[in-house]
Design a protein around this ligand. Structure first.
Ligand SMILES: C[S@@+](CC[C@H](N)C(=O)[O-])C[C@H]1O[C@@H](n2cnc3c(N)ncnc32)[C@H](O)[C@@H]1O
Length: 372
């Protein structure tokens, strides 16, 4: 495989880094207004900060995201604690040098990120995570786990992240490993996934299936996982985002739909989300339905079934359902408007008002009724 940082970052790595940077850019301002005195960002597989050509890696992308909000953070005296870790000590030495150079040209950013000393460690993340996790839930925390293998996705390590308030995390996972090595004894010792289901899943949906299993397994903790599947050559990798907060989940979903407006969760085709559907459907007569079963058509169908089963349902409940389906409030509002035109549901007002605000109680609850 060779050293990741002695090569150029490829297109898929740049896409992953785009997600890291964009999510940090959406997350930081939420906590930049001084309600919390301290926020923390951890990059636990940091690397040295750049590829062989000097293209910025995750640590410098995180700093660039912070820089956008430096004036706000300074104004509200919000202290950012940064922690970088890589088990290769030489990479940590190089990173420290790269960060010192980066900050020397950016005095405001330097003031923000050095009000507490930047923490650099060189330990296996599997050992470090249990130690640092005691602060998760006490301060708003964003944790990047850009692992090379799969060790940091073990259940006992996930237990340190799941269910923690104000703690969002982003993993990178070589999901195809589960298909290829899932039955190996050493592998099974670490992971308790349903390997048979993973092995039987179509290759292009392995990452989505992994996320589904995590959502089932950790549902009691309140953490939702959101996947974004990335194909590199013939292999499937992917990002797994985790948060207990609907607003965090919505932010990450918005990024996925921005990259991939057709299904919102992959940089490649996923047959499962497009294949013909043979189940009886409310929309069997809809134009084009018989040929393609797209993700949004399925969402509309499932939403109609939900309303029908419940008879009446509030828009905040529909918002939660929409997130669970990996869709956006705009998808739910469009689907409900279409269903109303088709005479299948009923609600007052111009739209069903599904939004994060409907959960925050900033808006009046809209009740959607089925018209059976
Ligand atoms: C995929 S790279 C991370 C790249 C980095 N995020 C960037 O953007 O440049 C994974 C890094 O994790 C380090 N690493 C591998 N196994 C590790 C472990 N068990 N604990 C901590 N770091 C590890 C490697 O040295 C490598 O720098």
């Amino acid at each position: 495989m060779g050293d990741f940082h002695k090569k150029e970052f490829d297109e898929e790595t740049r896409l992953k880094l785009w997600f890291f940077r964009q999510y940090a850019t959406l997350w930081i301002p939420v906590f930049a207004h001084g309600k919390h005195r301290e926020i923390r960002i951890y990059d636990l597989f940091s690397g040295p900060g750049a590829d062989k050509n000097g293209v910025p890696g995750s640590p410098l992308e995180i700093l660039a995201a912070i820089e956008e909000f430096a004036p706000l953070l300074l104004k509200h005296r919000v202290n950012i604690v940064l922690h970088f870790n890589d088990d290769k000590l030489t990479k940590i030495h190089d990173l420290k040098q790269n960060i010192d150079n980066y900050l020397s040209a950016r005095p405001d950013l330097e003031r923000v990120v050095t009000s507490s000393p930047i923490v650099y460690t060189s330990k296996p993340t599997e050992h470090l995570l249990p130690v640092i996790s005691s602060s998760f839930g006490r301060h708003p925390s964003l944790v990047f786990l850009d692992q090379t293998g799969i060790k940091s996705l073990q259940p006992d390590l996930l237990a340190h992240l799941c269910g923690k308030k104000m703690t969002d995390f982003i993993y990178y996972v070589p999901s195809h490993f589960y298909k290829r090595f899932g039955e190996a004894k050493e592998f099974k010792a670490y992971h308790d996934f349903d390997i048979d289901t993973l092995k039987n899943a179509p290759a292009d949906s392995i990452h989505l299936e992994l996320s589904k299993q995590l959502n089932t397994k950790y549902s009691d903790t309140g953490t939702r996982f959101v996947p974004f599947s990335i194909q590199k050559g013939r292999n499937i990798y992917g990002i797994l985002f985790g948060s207990t907060h609907p607003a965090g989940v919505l932010k990450f979903l918005t990024l996925g739909w921005k990259v991939d407006p057709s299904i919102g969760c992959a940089n490649h085709e996923v047959q499962n989300l497009r294949e013909n559907d043979t189940r009886p459907s409310l929309f069997a007569t809809e134009v084009g339905f018989e040929s393609q079963w797209t993700r949004l058509t399925k969402f509309k169908h499932d939403l109609a079934s939900l309303v029908e089963q419940s008879d009446t349902i509030s828009n905040d409940r529909i918002f939660e359902f929409t997130l669970d389906q990996g869709c956006l409030p705009s998808h739910a509002n469009s689907a409900l408007s279409e269903l109303r035109k088709e005479g299948k549901v009923f609600f007052d007002g111009p739209t069903a008002g599904v939004s994060n605000d409907s959960v925050n109680r900033k808006r009046k609850t809209v009740i959607v009724r089925s018209r059976r």
